[in-house]
Structures are given as C-alpha cells and as structure tokens.
Design a protein around this ligand. Structure first.
Ligand SMILES: NC(=O)c1ccc[n+]([C@@H]2O[C@H](COP(=O)([O-])OP(=O)(O)OC[C@H]3O[C@@H](n4cnc5c(N)ncnc54)[C@H](OP(=O)(O)O)[C@@H]3O)[C@@H](O)[C@H]2O)c1
Length: 314
C-alpha cells in the first residue's frame, strides 16, 4: 500500500482505468484519491467507488502529492492557465509529482504550461485502458527536476497495473500507436473472430467467450514460451490442414499490412495531437459533434411538428 495522496485532473476513461486499477489492486485506498472535472455528474462512477470528486482543479493541485493530468491534449492550455490564475504557491509544491497521460504533448510543453509550480517535477507517460484490470502497458519519461525517488514511486503505481518501462522521450510517440491505441485494435479483432463463429451458427455469447479466450491464450503462449509468433503459428498450421486455409485468407485480406499501417498512423496521429494543428482538429471535431447534435434535435423537432400538424388535419 502506498502512503500517497493521488489526484486526477480530468476523470474520464484513462483516469478511471488508472484510479480504479490502483484501488482494486489495493495499492491505494479510496480516501487517498481526489478527482476533478468540469461536470460533477460525469464523475458519478468515481463516487460509486467511494472516491471524492470536485469541479475545482486547484483543490487537486493543492491537496494531493501525485497528480495525474488526464484531460484531452487540446484542453491542456486552458486548464493550465486556469490553474495558474488560481494557484496559491506553497512550500509543498516542490515535492509534488505531476504525471501527464496526454498523447503527443511533449515534456517541454508540459513543463512550460505548469511553470508556475516551483521546482516542477513532470513525468510524461503513455498508459492504456487495460490498466483497469492490471494488464496495462505504460511507457514513461521524466522531466527536469524528477529524482530517483519520484520515478520509483510512479513506477510502482504504473507497474502494479501491468508493465511499465522508463524510455527516452524520443520514443514515446512511436510506441503510442501500439501501447495506447492497440487495445482498440485487439477489441476489433476479438469482435471479428466472434462474428466469424456466429456466421457458422455459434451462439453470440459463446462465440465472444471463445474469441476472448483464443486471444488471451495466444498472447499468454507467446509470453510464457518466449517463442516467435511465426513459429507458434507454424505449429498450428499442419500441411493441407484447416488453419493454413484461414491464414491464407488473412494474407489475402492484408491483415498484417493493415495492422502495421494502423500502428504507424495512430502513432503519427498521437504526435499530431500535441501540436497546435492537432488541437485545432480536435476542437473542430468537438464543434462538429455539437453541430450534428443540434441538427438531430432540429430534425426531431421538425418531425414532431409534422406529426402534430398531420394529427390536427385528421
Ligand atoms: N483512452 C485511452 O485509451 C488513452 C490511452 C492513452 C492516453 N490517453 C490520454 O488520456 C487523456 C484523456 O483521454 P480519455 O480517453 O480519458 O478522455 P475522456 O474520457 O474524454 O476524459 C477526459 C476528461 O477530461 C475532463 N475535462 C475536460 N475539461 C476539463 C478541465 N478543464 N479540467 C479538468 N477536467 C476536464 C472531461 O470531463 P467532462 O466529461 O465533464 O467534459 C473528461 O472527464 C487524453 O489526453 C489521451 O490522449 C487516453
């Protein structure tokens, strides 16, 4: 158990994976955690866990020892500016450790955004959501004032939720498309495998359970035997057998090239997210969501009026 007060600025999916993972593993207790976000209703799942929530980010910075920054990259600047405006400097500031999970935002920009903290200790990490079940993989790099003791503490937290590795910052973006985004690729593969069995008449629930076990079993076999995946694949593909026919279909469908492209492009996108241009795309995407929502409301409204006028005509 860590004797540490842990804060989260932004209580969304990534923060919850880390926070709930640490609590479920018994690394910290619920009363050691404080989470902030602009809309308290969105933090209900934290309160269901027994964790305190607030809509004041400054409380997290003031009260906690290790602070995970878990907002979207384009929110970093406004969020840090608001913190800077309201921050009351304290002698404890120099001991606090900040851990950013933001895709694409480099240590230089993180340190510039939080330069109002004396002796700022910033760690940049790329985690993933399977941390919620202690099977995550995280890479991290440290900023200027981080000392060995800080790294050890953060390593214990991240490594307790899967595996964690300290790497040079120059590698983080390249790794992000695999470790950060990879779970989504594998979920898609699991779903597709299950659909294949459903197409053969297997009940959906059973198909999904089998697909999950197949992926888990294959991953564990690679991990425990240490054999190269190609050798393990050869062991399943008997000459003239059923598996090689399926593997041939995967090759025809370009599965390997598609997965390589997915990792490469997602990594590139991670790097872009930290740039001003990337932030602008995110803001435009949010604006498009709002626009689509308003358009849907308009359609419902028009439809309702149409139905009402038809009823009144009858
Ligand atoms: N999800 C992943 O698999 C993954 C993997 C690696 C890294 N990351 C990184 O994790 C970060 C968060 O991603 P996510 O997937 O967790 O997104 P998310 O679920 O949308 O969470 C973002 C959270 O930030 C909150 N927020 C918005 N403005 C804020 C402000 N001014 N102050 C404090 N909180 C604020 C949001 O609250 P409201 O809902 O109330 O607006 C939301 O809870 C991103 O930077 C991403 O690059 C995510």
């Amino acid at each position: 158990m860590l004797d540490e007060k842990i804060g989260f600025i932004g209580g969304g999916n990534m923060a919850f994976a880390i926070g709930s993972g640490l609590i479920n593993r018994g690394i910290i207790k619920t009363d050691q955690v404080l989470v902030s976000g602009p809309t308290l209703e969105h933090l209900q799942r934290w309160r269901d866990l027994g964790v305190a929530t607030t809509n004041d980010n400054n409380q997290v910075v003031d009260k906690m020892d290790t602070i995970f920054i878990c907002v979207k990259p384009h929110i970093l600047k406004p969020c840090a500016e608001e913190l800077k405006r309201n921050h009351r400097p304290s002698s404890k500031d120099k001991d606090k450790v900040f851990v950013s999970v933001l895709a694409g935002v480099n240590l230089k920009d993180l340190e510039a955004s939080f330069s109002f903290i004396d002796n700022l200790k910033m760690i940049r990490c790329m985690p993933n959501t399977p941390m919620q079940v202690s099977e995550g993989c995280t890479v991290y790099s440290s900023g200027s004032h981080v000392v060995e003791h800080d790294l050890e503490k953060v390593h214990i937290m991240l490594n307790s939720l899967g595996i964690a590795q300290h790497i040079p910052e120059s590698m983080i973006n390249a790794v992000s498309g695999l470790s950060g985004c990879g779970p989504a690729f594998v979920y898609t593969i699991i779903e597709a495998l299950a659909d294949g069995a459903v197409k053969n008449g297997v009940p959906r629930q059973m198909a999904l359970q089998l697909a999950v076990q197949v992926v888990l079993g294959a991953a564990k076999t690679v991990m425990i035997t240490g054999k190269h995946p190609a050798i393990l694949r050869d062991e399943v593909c008997s000459p003239g057998g059923a598996t090689i026919v399926g593997v041939h279909e995967l090759e025809k469908g370009n599965l390997r090239a598609t997965l390589m492209n997915a990792v490469e492009l997602s990594s590139k996108r991670c790097a872009d997210l930290g740039s001003d241009e990337g932030s602008m795309i995110q803001i435009l995407n949010s604006a498009t969501d709002v626009y689509n929502f308003i358009e849907t409301l308009e359609q419902i409204f028009v439809m309702d009026n149409w139905k009402t006028s038809r009823r009144s005509k009858r």
